[in-house]
Ligand binder design. Structure first.
Ligand code: NDP
Length: 260
């Protein structure tokens, strides 16, 4: 039977690359994003088998409606990618806006929680495969949830929170045949990073020097890892956070040791 995968933040960047990749693999995709017009256009680009829906992942009613609409349309949901995200305010902690801090936590942590909670009810109804599998969830962490980045404490807290939630949900649903994993990208060439660079919050050249692979990731490279974790090839993988970071978190050396 065809996979039916819900992706949040699917109109841009990593989410859009993931939608393209999963559709190419034969899945039917429900693309969710803030702007109805944009996300419906993306779904049309993918083809008639796919669906675009407006959804604000921080809003419980919006999440409930979008997930119900996806389920009504496809008749089942066996995959979820909690990808929707926003960048951090970039300011010293004492100068940060509390509202902006709360917003980062809300989109990433509350959003992943609300979406998982809404989707799991449908996943639990999926007929299990011969080896007991019903579905899989992939959350999006970040290297910022693994190591400290000055002035980005809300984003770091949100991404570390997602890693913790991934482990908790993985253990809760493992015996129901539902796997929950996360990918932790390094810096990826998307609008989110371009905006941070434009604000002067990140130094693109410095990032490339600090990264063992020496460049940013392409969104498709993150999509490949997400597709793997959703697939039966990852049937014994649950509760992990896979860094897809060009060696960023592996490196404990100075830039000069990486660059000859
Ligand atoms: P983009 O900004 O390119 O895309 C994110 C999408 O999420 C946008 O379409 C955005 O809509 C949407 N979105 C934002 N808030 C909400 C919301 N409340 N409800 C639904 N959709 C929402 O970001 P990326 O592709 O770069 O990031 C995707 C994920 O990957 C995020 O979780 C991010 O934190 C994570 N990540 C990204 C990295 C990077 O270097 N790019 C590195 C590590 C992790 P709109 O444009 O209208 O705001």
């Amino acid at each position: 039977m065809q996979d039916v995968i819900v992706i949040t933040g699917a109109a841009n960047g990593i989410g859009w690359a993931t939608a393209r990749r999963l559709a190419a693999d034969g899945a039917r995709v429900a693309l969710l994003d803030l702007c109805a017009h944009q996300v419906q256009g993306r779904a049309q680009e993918l083809g008639a088998a796919h669906l675009g829906l407006a959804c604000d992942v921080t809003n419980e009613a919006s999440v409930r409606e979008a997930v119900a609409a996806a389920h009504a349309h496809f008749g089942r949901i066996n995959g979820l990618v909690n990808n929707a995200g926003i960048g951090d305010q970039s300011a010293p902690t004492v100068l940060q806006s509390v509202d902006a801090f709360d917003r980062v936590l809300a989109v990433h942590v509350r959003g992943s929680y609300l979406m998982s909670r809404a989707v799991i009810q449908h996943m639990l109804q999926v007929q299990a495969t011969a080896d007991g599998q019903r579905g899989a969830i992939v959350n999006i962490g970040s290297v910022a949830g693994i190591a400290g980045i000055p002035a980005r404490n809300a984003y770091s807290a949100a991404k570390a929170g997602i890693a913790g939630m991934t482990r908790a949900m993985a253990c809760e649903w493992a015996r129901d045949g539902i796997r929950v994993n996360a990918v932790a990208p390094g810096y990826v060439q998307t609008a989110l990073v371009e905006e941070l660079a434009a604000q002067g919050a990140i130094d693109m050249e410095g990032i490339c020097r600090r990264s063992p692979i020496g460049r940013l990731a392409r969104p498709e490279e993150i999509a490949h890892a997400i597709a793997f974790l959703l697939s039966v090839k990852a049937s014994y993988v649950t509760g992990v956070q896979l860094p897809v970071d060009g060696g960023w978190t592996a490196a404990g050396c100075t830039d000069s040791a990486l660059n000859d």
